[in-house]
Design a protein around this ligand. Sequence first.
Ligand code: ADP
Ligand code: MG
Length: 579
Amino acid sequence: MIRLLDKSVADKIAAGEVIERPVSIIKELLENSVDAGAKMIIVDIKNGGKSYIRVSDDGIGISEDEIETAFLRHATGKIFNLEDLNAINTLGFRGEALASIAAVTRLKVLTKRKEDSEGTKLTIHGGKVVSKVVTGCPDGTTFIIEDVFYNTPARKKFMKNDGNEASKIAEFVSRFALNYADISFKLISNNSVIFATAGDGDYKNTIMSVFPTRDYANLIEISHEENEILVYGFVSNPGLTKTTKQGQIFFVNGRIIDSKIIEKGIKAGYKERVFSGFPISILFISINPETIDVNIHPNKREIRFNFEKEVIDAIGNAISKSIFKTDGINDLQIPKLKEEMEIEHTYEPEYKTILNTEQVGIKKTLEEKKPLVNSEFSIEPPSNIPFVFDELFIVGYIFNTYIITEDQHENIYLIDQHAAHERIFYEKLVGNYLSKAKLSQPILTPIVINTIKSFYHKSKEWMDILRELGYNISEFGDNTFLIREIPENMTLNQAELFVNDFIDAVNIDKAIVNTIVIDKLISKSCKNAVKGNNRLSEIEQLELLNTIKNCINPYNCPHGRPTFLKLSKSDIEKSFHRK
Ligand code: ADP
Ligand code: MG
């Protein structure tokens, strides 16, 4: 028998397409508020939005006689005929969202237009109107949504834990707020304010309100036009990268998108100045809409550019022109020799003789260190000993980065000070983690860590790891933490950079179950703490060399990059065609 579906069944099915989880409800409501001309929007959630969502705006409101129509499928105040469809400048127009949201929740809406003396309060449960009353309320519209998916148990089960849903919402609302810098947003979760923006149209201000950490306060403004592609935004210094892509946010013609092409443009912009990690890049790109296709992805998060190379170039040039201006350092011309200076991870014949005399000593030091070694940390002694650090003496220092050393066997070694620092830093941290006595130092003013990640609901195992590393950290309200003591071997700045990256790297979906995960977390978070093109004095160079040689594995940084490059006299002679 073929028959028409009952309206409430049809609505529930359609809702499934629009409403996947609490953040989808918030997306629809925010878009409606923007379309209603709001200048101020408050998003208030409880339990990751599962039990409670409130979105209040000061927009145009809905009149009493139209309020029920707004909840009908294909009801929209935004288009009336086919011509309108071609000239859409609002975010929503299909007239499906409210009907879908109402079908799967218990919902209240309070709304009032400026021109009306009183407002309306409408209550709908599972798509059915429960009550409608005249009420006093401020101008604008407030939606209160409770018990998401209460009548669709299968969908309800599909939702993730509170913390996970909350962080999806925080991510969405923060990006939305960045996109609409002239609208004031406030996000509240479980009664505490996550962030609030001024809505003054100032992008830098907005970014700093949304991401209240130091990394975001020091961004460089970029602005560039090329081939009718306009690139505006904020990027981090080449010295600063994040361990995740969280800080890479792109808007194209006002639409938030993901794009491999834009990521390529960023890489091009930083050239060789960024080895690993992701520079912060918040980019607003304006481009002729006829040269893009927004419909290739079902969630419309990805777009296709017709002129990919032009887009990459425009972004690359926008970034390089601004970041290289700031420190006056021009692009490094990587000499051809680089390829010929590849590291060798195996024994070289000539080393064998050296090692025969030295081997006993090395073996001894390695064995002495053995008790410290935990096989799940990448802190094991190297399987091969390419050369003996003890034999090197410093002959030069270049690019504020590489120490040139020479051995007694006609080889030179370039030591990358950052990779070496990372190795030292990492081994000290792991040493502290594994030892019973934690070496900490008190600090005068506590470090305050703000995070928009919803750590509140997550068990506090990540804090325990920081404690094992020598931090004294405690909770200070929702998503705010205080640090009163830091590991002994760190500077204040390093301690802060490390914690920020550590928090970035913690995956709130996954439990920190074993030392392999902990090892990854530690090594990921070392990067920024030791970065920066800081020039080492001769004494510091010597000290670095003396410290790295005492590491259990001095030959690689914890991410596997080599700490040194070798170049032999015969390599040089070959390059000069002497041989
Ligand atoms: P669409 O946005 O596609 O038109 P919706 O179901 O999201 O469809 O909304 C239906 C209608 O309800 C809108 O077209 C608009 O007229 C009205 N509306 C929804 N939210 C608001 C709001 N916050 N302020 C004023 N009007 C609103
Ligand atoms: Mg809408």
